[in-house]
Design a protein around this ligand. Structure first.
Ligand SMILES: Nc1ncnc2c1ncn2[C@@H]1O[C@H](COP(=O)(O)OP(=O)(O)OP(=O)(O)O)[C@@H](O)[C@H]1O
Length: 951
């Protein structure tokens, strides 16, 4: 869609009777009817809206849909433009490291140019530094680009469907397939899929925050409104916003980039991407190391110039050392590691929308989970009914309306009212045996029960058409509908949580008749409801009453009701949840069940899946939470490890999340409804349901579960922990060898040796050649089986903790000692005085080759050593990460080539090593591994704890 079209479209929306072709309003007929004046959609009465958009209350026909799809294209917004891609590439050259390196390369090149005679080694260094910048920028860009693609493809996996009327039939289709003229059916929690004009609205309210920044819900109506600014039209809903309450039907008038959201989307430059705390810590550390490199370069320069070394040579040398010590490639390795974690999580049904979530997941200490669909399969079957004081069993499993049920009149009356008061539809897709529920599964189960009793919900609806609705909301825990009876009178049906509905009833139904509800009756009903809940059933009460007209106030509908009975439905637990709950116990993660359901139902389900094992877990209801102040809530949260919060509303969920965070917990919380969005946003990890959740919840969450299962959260936590461990492994691996590179240089300088024990080009060959693949292989280490055997990482734990720094110094120190030893051993064994050494001296060339090979070989062993923190690597399996072994062998192969291949010898000033030299280096590497094993052994002995701790 061309930008101009949208601008015209938006203008037309608020102009009364705009000029030809400017219609908005009308993405639809403009090309065909250029001279027809197009009216402003908001100011039209409903029938005229259908005419203007060439649609009808039955929606579009398939032929019209195809034609419009061809004309207007898919209803989607384009990805990042090429301009941004170029800007990203350029940005790679403007970060701190790149600038330091570019300036260094330029100075080195200048030194070569001005030098008399010109030294080819200086030119080599200048080119090497420049190559480093290019390589680094290339890797960084590729990483960013692929991370972005990953994020995009993951986003695309999040289902975005909408309900549409096509040819009079309600269908569920991808929001991408919407075209102007389509009639969409909206319910609370739906993201609005395109710009639409409402033609029906019941208690509808939208959150326009994405467009206007205003987060308070605003009510929407279906009637025509006077012309005004488009976003203020009270009968329009726009793409990118959410319906937060009520229901409605609306006709699409703009799709894709022609929408208001599309216009803003195009205008808004991509928001700067935020670094995760982990990335920030690594960046700070890298900057510190760069600072050390800079200081080292300056110190070397200051020491060597007075000792009579040529000025330019010393300057170039110091610069080279400085460049070599800068940890190039580290941020890229970090991104790869995080991206690998994200991909692994996606394979296990957990889509992480932000890298930030990966590390927070690893330190999750409490999971607040809801019940239906997450712990259970959300496949409700009504198994018990209670009407007129009698319990009736219902047979049959699942949504197939096949099963035995009594035909007692009170039961038929109960199920008739329940069916009328439901929005779900039961469908059997053509060619399939299985029945499916479109909409709420609780309502689906009621429809199935009604059909088992011989009722036809569609026929009932025709006999008593619905004229009004007060949609379900989890705070009221009720839903009611108003119907016109065949005799022209009106009646209301209501269903909801038994306690809530019972307080609004004053009579008890007996088929057609009723009697006043006595206190004894109330107790009997409550006992029946408790009996069902105690078996783990979700219980709904159903009631009805006569009302005076089609639109009575809600207070009249939901009072003085006649209770028709109760329906108890079974929802089997998910089989995989029990193991996941056990894994959380072992991992020291607390599970708090937060449900809108009855305490007895909640406890029965919690016992079935293993969340509750104690005889008397702590149980609190929403009403009790309301009477508690913050310290009371804190006491409740600290009082018992097994806690069930029942009959709560989303507001309570938010309060519980905040209270847990106040106590320093890292909280993951699940949610599916629109009202769960604040808690999802506020939690450290908001987890939304991909299959059953609302669009609003999915937008607010940082993680979306494709299969809705609690077990996927546990898997994601395990993977999050594993990513963190892997990152720590390669950081120790990379930073420790920096010490091994720096120490010989300092030692040689202070010992008065005139040349360097390792040149800058050699260091670059290690940093960007032999070290990169092992670091990546460490970042991609498979999840260790014991990752869930230790308590969560404390929130405030820093990546570079004292223990990590200690290990870097320990491993780096051993490596440094080794390479210093081999260097000076070679130099001293030759008997040549220090002052007589030149660059070309074969002994010197062999000694510096030994130093480089010493670092490469010891890094091979170092990579094995850092794989575990406390456990012996021999137990972990030396061969269990073949990629790491292959990467290490590649590094050694590269080193061998540098030592033996004449062209590389010329570049690196190296010499061929003898088998004895290699043997010494391997023995020294093995010594490093042995020293690490000893350290781990002492650690295991000293800190052996029953919980196991870190490996
Ligand atoms: N569609 C509905 N119409 C009327 N009442 C309902 C409906 N769905 C649920 N209820 C009632 O409202 C109560 C709370 O439901 P809600 O959906 O808020 O719970 P929830 O927190 O989603 O539950 P869970 O933790 O099991 O997922 C239920 O126990 C049930 O009695």
């Amino acid at each position: 869609m061309h930008p101009e079209r949208t601008r015209q479209g938006t203008t037309a929306l608020h102009e009364d009777g705009p000029a030809a072709g400017s219609g908005a309003a009308v993405q639809v007929p403009a090309p065909e009817r250029p001279s027809t004046p197009v009216p402003s959609i908001p100011s039209l009465p409903v029938p005229a809206v259908f005419t203007a958009l060439e649609s009808s209350p039955r929606g579009l026909t398939p032929a019209e849909t195809t034609a419009r799809r061809d004309r207007y294209g898919p209803n989607e917004l384009p990805g990042a433009s090429h301009g941004q891609v170029w800007r990203r590439l350029l940005a790679q050259f403007t970060d701190l490291f790149a600038v330091v390196l570019l300036v260094s390369s330029a100075i080195t090149f200048l030194a070569y140019w001005l030098g008399q005679p010109r030294d080819p080694a200086t030119l080599q260094l200048a080119l090497a530094i420049f190559a480093v910048v290019l390589l680094n920028a290339g890797i960084g860009f590729a990483q960013e680009y692929s991370a972005e693609r990953t994020a995009e493809s993951l986003q695309a996996m999040v289902p975005h469907t909408c309900r549409v009327l096509r040819d009079g039939e309600r269908r569920e289709l991808s929001a991408r397939d919407l075209v102007p003229g389509d009639v969409v059916v909206l319910e609370a929690g739906d993201a609005v899929p395109a710009d639409c004009r409402l033609v029906e609205a019941q208690e509808a309210a939208v959150n326009n925050a994405a467009l206007t920044g205003e987060s308070d819900p605003v009510t929407r109506i279906a009637e025509a409104v006077p012309p005004g600014p488009p976003l203020e039209a009270r009968n329009c809903v726009f793409m990118g916003t959410d319906l937060v309450a009520g229901t409605g039907k609306a006709v699409v008038f703009a799709t894709g980039t022609a929408t208001e959201f599309g216009r803003i989307f195009r205008l808004t430059a991509a928001a700067p991407r935020q670094q995760t705390p982990l990335q920030r810590q690594v960046a700070v550390m890298a900057r510190r190391v760069a600072g050390v490199a800079l200081a080292t370069g300056a110190a070397l320069f200051a020491v060597r110039v007075p000792s009579g070394q040529p000025f330019v040579d010393t300057f170039v040398f110091s610069l080279g050392v400085m460049v070599a010590l800068v940890p190039e490639g580290l941020p890229a390795t970090l991104s790869v590691s995080l991206a690998i974690g994200v991909r692994r999580m996606a394979r296990r049904h957990a889509l992480v929308k932000q890298l930030l979530a990966v590390e927070a997941l690893g330190s999750t200490s409490v999971i607040c989970t809801d019940k239906t669909g997450t712990l259970t399969q959300a496949e409700m079957t009504v198994v018990q009914l209670w009407a007129d004081g009698v319990s009736h069993a219902v047979s049959g499993v699942g949504y197939a309306p096949v099963g035995e049920i009594t035909d007692a009149p009170p039961v038929r009356e109960l199920l008739r009212a329940a069916a009328l008061c439901s929005n779900a539809r039961l469908v059997r897709p053509a060619g399939r045996d299985a029945w499916r529920v479109l909409g709420d599964t609780t309502e689906g189960a009621l429809l199935v029960a009604a059909m088992k009793a011989g009722l036809d919900p569609a026929e009932e609806e025709m006999r008593a058409p619905r004229v009004g609705e007060y949609p379900f909301d989890s705070a009221r825990k009720l839903m009611s509908t108003v119907h016109r009876d065949s005799d022209g009178t009106y009646f209301a049906c209501a269903k909801g949580a038994p306690l809530e509905l019972l307080t609004r009833c004053d009579a008890l139904g007996h088929g057609d008749g009723k009697t006043p509800l006595t206190e004894a009756d109330r107790s009997r009903v409550a006992a029946a409801a408790d009996g069902m809940a105690g078996q783990g059933l979700r219980v709904l009460a159903v009631a009805r009453r006569q009302v005076s007209g089609p639109r009575p106030p809600i207070a009249d509908v939901e009072s003085e009701l006649t209770l028709l009975g109760l329906a108890g439905m079974y929802d089997p637990p998910r089989p995989e949840v029990r193991d996941a709950v056990d894994a959380c116990r072992r991992a020291g993660i607390r599970i708090v069940m937060v449900t809108g359901d009855h305490p007895l139902t909640a406890e029965a389900v919690a016992r079935r899946v293993g969340i509750v094992r104690e005889a008397a877990p702590a149980v609190a209801t929403g009403t009790q939470l309301d009477t508690m102040d913050d310290s009371g809530l804190d006491d409740l949260l600290t009082g018992s490890t097994e806690l069930l919060l029942c009959r709560v509303s989303p507001e309570h969920k938010m309060r519980v999340v905040t209270a847990l965070q106040r106590r320093g917990e890292v909280v993951a919380v699940t949610g599916d409804g629109a009202n769960d969005a604040p808690a999802l946003k506020h939690a450290d990890i908001g987890v939304a349901m991909g299959a059953s959740g609302t669009d609003v919840a999915r937008e607010a969450a940082v993680m979306v579960l494709l299969d809705d299962s609690f077990a996927s959260i546990t898997t994601a936590v395990g993977l999050g922990r594993s990513v963190y461990r892997n990152i720590r492994k390669f950081l120790i691996y990379l930073f420790s060898h920096n010490i091994a590179e720096l120490m010989p240089i300092l030692a040689a300088t202070f010992a008065g040796f005139p040349l360097v024990p390792i040149t800058a080009v050699q260091i670059l060959a290690i940093d960007l050649g032999s070290d990169v693949l092992p670091a990546l292989a460490l970042g991609a280490e498979p999840m260790e089986p014991d990752v869930m055997n230790s308590p969560p990482r404390p929130r405030q734990e820093r990546l570079f903790s004292a223990a990590v720094m200690g290990r870097i110094l320990f491993l780096g120190g051993i490596q440094a000692l080794g390479v210093c030893a081999v260097f000076f051993w070679h130099i001293h064994a030759s008997g040549i005085p220090y002052a007589d050494f030149t660059q070309d001296d074969p002994v010197y060339r062999e000694a510096i080759t030994m130093v480089q090979a010493g670092i490469v070989v010891s890094q091979f062993f170092n990579a094995l050593a850092v794989r575990t923190d406390r456990q012996s690597v021999l137990r972990a399996g030396l061969l269990s990460n073949p990629w790491l072994l292959a990467a290490g062998c590649f590094g050694i192969g590269l080193m061998a080539a540098i030592s033996y291949a004449p062209p590389l010898q010329a570049i690196f000033n190296t010499a061929p090593l003898t088998p004895a030299d290699w043997a010494v280096l391997v023995a020294f590497g093995a010594l490093l591994l042995a020293a690490e094993e000893l350290r781990k052994w002492t650690l295991r002995r000293r800190r052996s704890s029953p919980k196991g701790g870190t490996p």
